[in-house]
Structure formats: C-alpha cells, structure tokens
Design a protein. Structure first.
Length: 523
C-alpha cells in the first residue's frame, strides 16, 4: 500500500476498486469472526459497512442517504441490546410475553398436585401408577420435541416458534377437560407438554439475543421466577376456581388464556433477523447437535442436572400433594396452603439464585462451584423426606419450613445453564440448552412415573399410600443425585475444543480454541 503522499482517489468508483483489490489479498476470516462482528457485536450486527470500508481506504466521506420509511406488516426490528437500549422497552416487549407463556407452563406442570383428588373422584379406576403416567406424559412429549425445537429456535427465532408451538397446549386443555378416561387425560397432558416445550428454551434464546452476557444469569432467574408464579397460581387460585366451576371448566378457561398469550407473543415481541441460521441447511444444523452431545463436559454436567431436576419435579409437580396427605396427615385445605409455600420457596430462589450466582461469579466464584454447593444443600433437604416418622407429628411451621427449603432447590438446575450457554457459540445456544433438556426431562418422566409405580408396590392405606413407600423413593433420589455429583467431581473428562456453527458452504465445523482462563466450562 502507498504512503500518505499518494493522491486521493478521485471518485468512489476508484476507491471501490482498491477495496476489491485489498479484499482479494485479505486473510480468510477466522471461525470466531463468524460468531461476532468486528466490533464485538452479535452476528449480523457488525458496524463495518461498505461505506466505512471505502472511507478507510480513500478518505472518501459520503453524505448519509436517508432511506424513505415504508410501512411493513412485519413486527418492528429492534437493534441489538446495548447500554443505550431502553431497558423498559426490552422488558415489556421481550421479557413479559415469554414470561407469561412460562407462567402457563408451570401452571400446567404443577396443577395435578391440586386437582388430583377431583381426578380420583371422577375417574375411580385411577391408580398411583396411572396418576404418575398421565402426569408424566407432559414430560414425555416435552422431551420429544427438544432437539428439533433447538434447531427451530436457532433457525426461525424464538418469537415465531413459541407463538405457534403454544397453541398445542391450548388444544391439550380442551382434550384434558373433556376426557373421561385415563387415556383421554394422558392425551391432553401430552398435547400440553408439547405446547409448552419451548417455555424456557425460547426465552433463553431470546435472552441471549436481546441481553448482554453479563445479564443472562439474572434474566434467566427472573424468567424462572415467572414459572414460580405459575406454580403459585396452581395453588389457592386454582383451588378457588375448582370450587366455582370444576376442574373441567378450569381447563377450558386455561385454553382460552393460552390462545391469548400466543397472540401476544406473535404481535408484541419484536423480530430479530437470523440470516446466518436461516441460510444454513437444516442437515448441518442437526449435525451440530452431535458435537454438543459428544462434548465431554456436557456429559459430566448433564446427569447431575437431570437427576436433581427429576427429584425436584417428581415431588413439586405431583407427589407433594399426596405426600402431605399420606405422610404429614393434612387435609385438602392445608395441603393447598403448603403447596403455596413450596411455590413461594421456588419463586424466591429463582430470583435470588440468578442474582447471587452472577454476583459470586464477578468475585471469582464459578457458576459450577455455586451450583455444586447448592446441590449439596438440596441433598440434605431431600434426605429429610426419608425419615417419614419425623413428619407424621410435625407442626405446621415445621412442614412449611420443609416446603420452603425444598422449593428453593428448584433453582439449582438453572445455575448450570449459564456455563453451558457460554461453552458454545451463540448460534448454537438454542441447541445447547435443548440438548440438556433432552437429558433432563426423560429423567423427570421416569422419576415421576417411577415413583407412582413404587407406591403401588405397597398396599393402599385407606385412600392414600404407605409412608414407607415414600421413604424408599426419597432414598433412591438422594442416592442417585449423590452418585451424579461424585461423577462430575471425579470424571476425567475435560472441556472439548470449542466449535463454531456449521458453515453453510463447507458443511463442517471449524475448531475455535477456548481460553483456559476464561472457559466457563472449567469447574
């Protein structure tokens, strides 16, 4: 290149020719450059435009051309979140719609703990195994869609996927409310599980797009708190609605609300282009899941998260109600009250845990270390369920303390989502989280259904189940979680080489070295 005495180019055309010549000699962009722009912005948001390239070469400064604004039927596209982005706008148009969908997800997930006496009354042949089976259908279909869900989220965006998928939950409400058999109830629960399968993953995808990385943990925690609110709604409000309209009409009403939330997601959430994902063939996008599922760190972490969430949701989403009746000896009104405190503990922990994990990370305590400590505390609480004799004569205050402590364990799993997100490129973020869910929710399904099968091994006592059976299931959950924690701590597997997204032209991933000091996957 010439020195500063070289005459300036006479016209933009000459400058463009020089720019083309330079581009032919420029080195090939590294795979990491495909993950962010030259200014560190997300993909597709680079500030290096053609005009700025010309200006750098020739000093040519073109007057900016104002484009004529035209009305579009597509939702307005917002710029990438920066320090100047109005937080309130992002909160109202991005967080709130996805949070409302997640409220419904947890409401559907938890409602059987409250309505199970009505189900047993209307369908007398319903056994503990049947109750566990139909409830676990939610998690079966929830799980089945996780891998294609991750590809769809990365390819089409959270807004389009979530607004369409949740309509299956509305249909499931109608089927469940009209059911007169175990098969009908199971079919309704299956559709509901399919419809809300994107409740967390779509929101996490939106958060990684619209918020900077240092806010991911906080925003995921706030989103999980919305799920806790759904569990709160599934207690006293649902119990009151049952007294007014019955469980069938409650589900018909929930179906109508679900349709309204779908419309809000589609028309209120702003669109964010994803040209890289949309232009990549579907096949390579699915093959990228294989790189995630073969990652050594993924399989160190996944069993631990899966078994902890299985123990938590088996109790919180179904068996807490029967346990309070059969072990603690509470009546229906008292059960609803204790389920309320279980949801309060979960909701509070979602908010606090996200904030605390982020604050500790800024002080040098890794997310993994925080998660491991929280898991150890949860194991102590879970182990207390083994000693059923302690709770048979426990006071209301003691049972409430147990519910609050157990509910707080619901946030343990979300701590590990942040290091998992940071361990893979942003364009794989949807597939990374759904791959973990693909392991987590089969464990939840087996735990929920399996506990019902174990309870059926003991003769029924009146209208309930033998407390000894509850003790056995609690012991099994604690033993499995402890084994998974030991596997994580002593496994020889180490973080794999970080990989970029499949290139649409080459169909293969290119390795990107991860900094050892900054690798979030290091325990």
């Amino acid at each position: 290149m010439q020195n500063s005495s070289r005459p300036r180019l006479a016209a933009p055309v000459a400058a463009a020719g020089t720019a083309r010549a330079l581009s032919r000699n420029a080195p090939t962009a590294s795979p990491l450059s495909r993950l962010t722009g030259t200014d560190g912005s997300p993909p597709g948001m680079s500030l290096l435009t053609l005009s700025s390239a010309l200006n750098m070469v020739s000093g040519y400064r073109a007057r900016p051309v104002r484009k004529k604004r035209t009305r579009s039927r597509e939702p307005r596209r917002m710029s990438a979140p920066t320090a100047s982005t109005p937080t309130l706008i992002t909160l109202l148009r991005v967080y709130i719609p996805f949070a409302l969908a997640y409220v419904l997800s947890y409401l559907f997930r938890s409602v059987n703990s409250v309505i199970f006496p009505s189900l047993e009354q209307d369908i007398p042949e319903l056994t503990a195994g049947d109750l566990g089976f139909l409830t676990s259908m939610y998690f079966l279909f929830f799980t089945a869609v996780q891998i294609p869900l991750g590809v769809m989220l990365d390819r089409y965006g959270a807004r389009r996927v979530q607004s369409g998928l949740i309509l299956f939950a509305a249909l499931g409400c109608i089927v469940f409310g009209a059911a007169t058999s175990v098969a009908g109830l199971a079919g309704g629960r299956a559709l509901i599980g399919l419809g809300v399968a994107g409740g967390l993953m779509a929101a996490i995808k939106a958060i990684t797009v619209w918020y900077p990385p240092q806010r991911w943990s906080l925003m995921v925690g706030l989103h999980m708190a919305a799920g806790g609110l759904g569990s709160l709604v599934a207690t006293h409000p649902v119990e009151a609605a049952l007294g007014l309209a019955g469980w069938r009409h409650v589900f018909f009403g929930l179906g109508a609300i679900t349709v309204a939330v779908s419309a809000m997601l589609f028309f209120v959430v702003p669109e964010r282009g994803s040209a890289t994902a949309a232009s990549t063939p579907v096949g390579p996008q699915f093959r990228a899941v294989g790189h995630i599922m073969r990652d050594g760190y993924f399989w160190r972490l996944a069993p631990m998260v899966a078994l902890q969430q299985a123990a938590f949701f088996a109790f919180q989403a179904l068996w807490a109600g029967p346990w309070l009746r059969d072990v603690a000896g509470l009546d229906r009104a008292a059960i609803t009250g204790q389920l309320f405190w279980l949801a309060v503990g979960m909701t509070a922990s979602f908010v606090f845990t996200g904030w605390a994990a982020g604050a500790l990370a800024q002080r040098g305590v890794s997310y993994v270390a925080t998660g491991n400590a929280a898991l150890a505390l949860f194991l102590v609480v879970n182990a207390s369920l083994i000693f059923t004799g302690l709770w048979r004569d426990a006071s209301s205050t003691q049972v409430t303390a147990l519910m609050l402590a157990f509910g707080a364990g619901g946030a343990v799993g979300i701590i590990y989502f942040t290091p998992l997100q940071q361990a893979f490129p942003i364009e794989l973020s949807g597939r990374a989280t759904t791959s973990l869910n693909f392991v987590v929710f089969p464990a939840v399904l087996v735990g929920q259904w399996g506990q019902g099968k174990i309870l059926d091994l003991w003769p029924k006592i009146g209208n309930g189940y033998d407390p000894e059976a509850y003790a056995v299931t609690a012991f099994l959950f604690v033993a499995l979680q402890a084994a998974a924690l030991l596997w994580f701590l002593f496994s020889p597997a180490r973080p794999a080489i970080r990989r970029s997204v499949d290139d649409s032209r080459h169909g293969a991933t290119a390795p990107v070295a991860a900094s050892a000091a900054g690798d979030p996957r290091r325990p």
